[in-house]
Design a protein around this ligand. Structure first.
Ligand code: SF4
Length: 292
């Protein structure tokens, strides 16, 4: 059996999709692909993730660049019948690396974990591709001009955005110095027709009350924001910044702010959602050790 990964494997190659399975008698199988090979490009364009793969393989004839299990690189032309699966199954959804966040949110749960947890629990992903593919929330504060152009070109929509707050000063205090960039990107993507499901983490005395109203007004003026979910701050005993979140009566106060104040909105019933931690019996969000 061939060495895996190949001994000459180019670890600097940023885009490589590991083949973990091949459908028998598919174009991939016919071309000799086996688990352990890497696909690196289609028609000369590197594939960064499964979105690129699907985007670039819609034709029925493609040229695939690969690294085989001996570490040899090459290209092969594949052809398929109309509608036929190419026959590749890849490991994971992103083939370069997961984009990580560059924020410093005051309420970040990653800073509230006990020591010694497995590293994957503290991966601070902020990747618009995963937002589209599996529904994670992103802040858009790490979006580059290339990312932005790509989201628009490939119409990667809808995305899920952690909106938190629109007020500039509060936003900077809660999220950090890149907070404004996220809103600028959000507005440009909305103008380009990208749609969003938004989430607000409601932190007592930070983005609630009038600040929340301002945020909801801002969001509601933008039809591309399809709905807004509100979740209360969650905190653990492994931190010292927070000593309380919303109890049930405060949550109902929050509900008035978030709900009753906006009953005149015609799309309120499908627009604004409070999470079940605002409801009985989940009347406390304090968590002594796990996640909310
Ligand atoms: S965006 Fe998420 S992971 Fe990043 S600092 Fe804020 S809460 Fe933490």
């Amino acid at each position: 059996m061939s060495q895996y990964p190949p001994k000459d494997f180019d670890r600097d190659l940023t885009c490589r999709a590991l083949v973990v399975d091949v459908i028998p008698e598919s174009p991939a199988d016919d071309a000799g692909f086996t688990p352990g090979c890497y696909v690196t490009a289609v028609d000369g364009t590197p594939i960064r993730d499964i979105i690129d793969w699907r985007w670039l393989t819609s034709d029925d004839v493609i040229t695939v660049s690969y690294i085989d299990t001996d570490g040899d690189v090459g290209e092969v032309e594949l052809e398929r019948e109309w509608g036929e699966d190419w026959g590749f199954e890849f490991e994971g959804l992103v083939f370069d690396s997961v984009k990580q966040c560059r924020n410093a949110c005051t309420f970040c749960f990653m800073h509230q974990l006990p020591k010694g947890m497995r590293p994957s629990l503290s991966l601070r992903d902020d990747d618009f591709r995963l937002s589209f593919l599996v529904g994670t929330f992103v802040t858009l504060t790490n979006i580059t001009p290339d990312d932005e152009a790509r989201i628009i070109e490939q119409h990667i929509s809808p995305l899920r955005v952690s909106l938190q707050v629109i007020n500039e000063d509060v936003r900077r205090r809660m999220i950090g110095k890149h907070a404004a960039h996220g809103i600028e990107v959000l507005d440009r993507l909305l103008a380009a027709g990208i749609e969003f499901h938004a989430q607000i983490v409601l932190v007592p005395d930070a983005n609630d009350g009038e600040v929340l109203k301002e945020t909801l007004d801002w969001a509601y003026e933008r039809p591309g924001i399809l709905n807004v979910g509100i979740v209360p701050l969650g905190y653990t005993c492994h931190q010292s910044r927070f000593g309380h979140s919303f109890n049930l009566s405060e949550a109902r106060g929050g509900g008035e702010t978030a709900g009753n104040h906006y009953t005149s909105y015609t799309r309120i019933t499908r627009y604004l959602h409070e999470c079940d931690t605002f409801q009985e019996p989940y009347n406390t969000v304090q968590n002594k050790g796990g996640t909310t």
